[in-house]
Design a protein around this ligand. Sequence first.
Ligand SMILES: [Zn+2]
Ligand SMILES: [Zn+2]
Ligand SMILES: [Zn+2]
Length: 354
Amino acid sequence: MRATPNESSAERDAVLARGCSSPIKTAIGVWMRCGSRIKSRCPSCAELYRNDWAAIARSGVFDGPVEQYRFYLLTLTAPSFGGVHRVPRVGDAMCRCGRLHNAGDSGLRGVPLDPGRYDYAGQVAWNRDAGVLWDRTRRRMRDRWDSLEYFIVREWQDRGVLHVHALVRIARIEAPSSDSLRDAARTATAVSKVDGTIVEWGAQADCKAFRADGDGAKTIWYLSKALNYVLKDVATDASEVPVAVWRHQVALGQAARQTRCTTDCEPQNCSSLVHQRYGSRSQVVSASRRTSKRTGWSFTGLTRTLQRQLRRAWWESQQVDEAGASVVVDSPAPLENLAARFRRELVARDGSAP
Ligand SMILES: [Zn+2]
Ligand SMILES: [Zn+2]
Ligand SMILES: [Zn+2]
């Protein structure tokens, strides 16, 4: 049953050939993609991850009775933890430091005006508690609009704090104005489970309605750009980073190592990733789930688990080989086709859950 070293390396080569830069071998001897979400570690797997999520995002906008819903793009930001330089990506802008910045000053982008007085601890604590805050926010919105479903992407701002883009869908019969939705979300608060402080959103918030047509396609394109961005390493290689940005990242990293991630965390002995990611514990992307009472964000019940199963099934069907030995899993291309077929089947089955 065991593959010889030669066969085994051929399988590994097959995974490599599909783009994964560091395939891993499972306990049963199957070579698989590394599954990294980080572009600098494995561009191919990170791209696959992004495409999977983009397909889920689309399925909540295009694959159902869209005329019965209103769609919104909601953006929520973190509060201020101290002023930072404002460096535009195009054109120039007056900064609070008194200088006019342009793209050439990118070495100052997101850097505190006064590092000595910047609230690093507050910022990493906010990142840590951002998941609880979103949880309160989504409950608050659902208390008002029961039909609400969402798809959320958490993106890093240059200053090293998370902000949130959410696609929101609400049934037309109860759909609010964009402003009402924005205000209900922005004024939600939570209590930190770690230190009992109140966690709030920043004053900057935005909400725009969009239609499930080219408008929706544009919105998802915008969001998948954000997805691209979140899949970059949080902390970049010091040699590529301007010194002021690097200092800021180091200070944030130190604050994250010193913060407690749970009530009984001893930071110096704790190996939780929270201490390595500026306090962040949340998944970067998530969508509301299907339950017995709800459709969930995806009209067709598309999830990442389902996508992985589809991909595995596809590869297994391709690899019913002579040896009948190990199979190689994963490919991005056939997934969309499979997902489309799966959706059609679901629709044929009257939208029942998988
Ligand atoms: Zn990989
Ligand atoms: Zn400035
Ligand atoms: Zn900890």
